[in-house]
Design a protein around this ligand. Structure first.
Ligand SMILES: NC(=O)c1ccc[n+]([C@@H]2O[C@H](COP(=O)([O-])OP(=O)(O)OC[C@H]3O[C@@H](n4cnc5c(N)ncnc54)[C@H](O)[C@@H]3O)[C@@H](O)[C@H]2O)c1
Length: 321
C-alpha cells in the first residue's frame, strides 16, 4: 500500500509512518516542518523513518497547491492520511485566520487532489474539540457539534463537513477520526503530559489553568495508531468516529502520576481557566470498536510511565538518581 501522510513528521504522523513502514507499506510524508514547535524535534521524530527506502519526505506546505499536485503526480498514492494542521486550542484564539487557512483551505486542497488522483480512501485527523462545551458525557458521534468554542474546534468541524461533501459528490471513502488528547513517546511539547514531564523533571514551575479538576480523556499514542491503521484498511463510506480511551482523568491526577514517575514534586502556579478550554472530554467508543475493532489497552498509569521513561532516556541529566 502506498500511503501519503500530511503532517507525517508530527507527533502522531511520525508514529503512524513507523507503523506503516513496519508493516511493509510505502510512506510519502508531506510536512512543512513549521516552527509551531521546533522543526528539529520534527526531524528527530522521523529520523528512523528517513533511514528506510520505504519513506520519502517532501518538505511542502499543503497550502501550496501546485507543489502538492506535483507530489501526488510523482507518487500516485493509493490512500491519504490527512494530519497536517495548525494545532492547539489556545493559540487558535490568537491566529484564527491562520487556523482557518491551514485547517479548512488546506483540507480542501487535499480533497481536491484526492479527487483528481482518484484516491480510494482518506483518513482525516479530527478532534474532540468539535464537541465544544458539550455537557452530555461521554461524547457520542450522534451528539450535536454545531457549537465549537474555539477557532481550532470550528476549523476541524468545517473540515469534517467538507469531507462529507467530497464523499457525497465523488464517492471517496473518508473516515474522520476524532482524537482525544493523545500522549506518549515523542508527545507534543505544548500539551500537558509532555510539558509537565519536562518542567517537573527540571524542577521548574508548572502553570495549571482552573483548579486542577478539569478532566481529559487521555489516549495513549500506540492505541490511537492502532485505530488509524484499522481505518486505513477499511472502505467505510463516510464515517465520523471517536478515538479515545473512554476514561476521564483529572489534571491533578495526571500531575500526581508524573510526580510519581519522575520522583519529583510539582511546583504549581494556579491561573484562571483559559478561554476556549472545555472542562471535560470523554469519548464514547462503541462505534470505533464496532467499525475498527478499536480497543485501547493502555491505562494512564502505564502510558505516563512510558512517556517519562522515554523522556528520561532523552534527558539523562534531569533523571533522579
Ligand atoms: N495530539 C492530540 O492530542 C490531537 C488531538 C486531536 C486532534 N489532533 C489532530 O491530529 C493531527 C496530528 O496532531 P499532532 O498532535 O501529531 O500535531 P503535530 O503538530 O505534532 O503534527 C502536525 C504536523 O503537521 C505539520 N503541518 C502543519 N501545518 C502544515 C502545512 N500547512 N503544510 C504541511 N504540514 C503542516 C506540522 O509541521 C506538524 O509536523 C492534527 O490534525 C491535530 O489537529 C491531535
Amino acid at each position: 500500500m502506498k500511503v501519503l501522510i500530511t503532517g507525517g513528521a508530527g507527533f502522531i504522523g511520525s508514529h503512524l509512518s513507523e507503523k506503516l513502514i513496519e508493516q511493509g507499506d510505502d510512506v510519502i510524508c508531506v510536512d512543512n516542518l513549521n516552527d509551531y514547535y521546533s522543526p528539529e524535534t520534527k526531524k528527530e521524530n522521523i529520523s528512523a523513518c528517513l533511514k528506510s527506502k520505504k519513506f520519502r519526505l517532501h518538505k511542502e506546505d499543503i497550502l501550496n497547491l501546485p507543489a502538492m499536485d506535483r507530489v501526488f503526480d510523482e507518487h500516485k498514492p493509493e490512500k491519504v492520511v490527512h494530519m497536517a494542521s495548525r494545532v492547539g486550542v489556545r493559540p487558535s484564539l490568537k491566529e484564527p485566520a491562520l487556523y482557518a487557512d491551514v485547517n479548512i483551505k488546506g483540507t480542501v486542497h487535499i480533497l481536491e487532489l484526492a479527487r483528481k488522483y482518484k484516491i480510494r480512501n482518506i483518513v482525516f485527523a479530527s478532534s474532540s474539540s468539535v464537541y465544544g462545551g458539550n455537557k452530555k458525557i461521554p461524547f457520542s458521534e450522534e451528539d450535536k457539534t454545531d457549537k465549537p468554542i474555539s477557532p481550532y474546534g470550528a476549523s476541524k468541524k468545517a473540515a469534517e463537513l467538507l469531507c462529507h461533501s467530497y464523499h457525497s459528490l465523488y464517492g471517496t471513502s473518508i473516515s474522520c477520526l476524532r482524537f482525544f488528547t493523545v500522549y506518549g513517546e515523542r508527545g507534543r511539547p505544548d500539551m500537558a503530559p509532555y510539558k509537565f514531564t519536562k518542567l517537573i523533571s527540571e524542577g521548574k514551575e508548572i502553570e495549571v489553568y482552573g483548579n486542577g479538576r478539569t478532566k481529559r480523556d487521555y489516549t495513549y499514542i500506540k492505541d490511537i495508531i492502532q485505530g488509524v491503521a484499522a481505518a486505513l484498511e477499511k472502505d467505510l463510506g463516510y464515517e465520523v468516529i471517536n478515538l479515545g480511551n473512554s476514561s476521564t482523568i483529572e489534571l491533578q491526577h495526571l500531575i500526581s502520576l508524573i510526580e510519581k514517575e519522575t520522583g519529583k514534586k510539582a511546583k504549581i502556579k494556579y491561573s484562571p481557566m483559559q478561554a476556549g478550554d472545555v472542562p471535560e472530554t470523554y469519548a464514547e467508543i462503541s462505534k470505533a470498536k464496532r467499525l475498527l475493532g478499536f480497543t485501547p489497552k493502555t491505562k494512564i498509569e502505564a502510558g505516563i510511565k512510558k512517556l517519562v521513561e522515554w523522556y528520561n532516556d532523552k534527558h539523562p541529566d534531569t533523571r533522579i538518581q
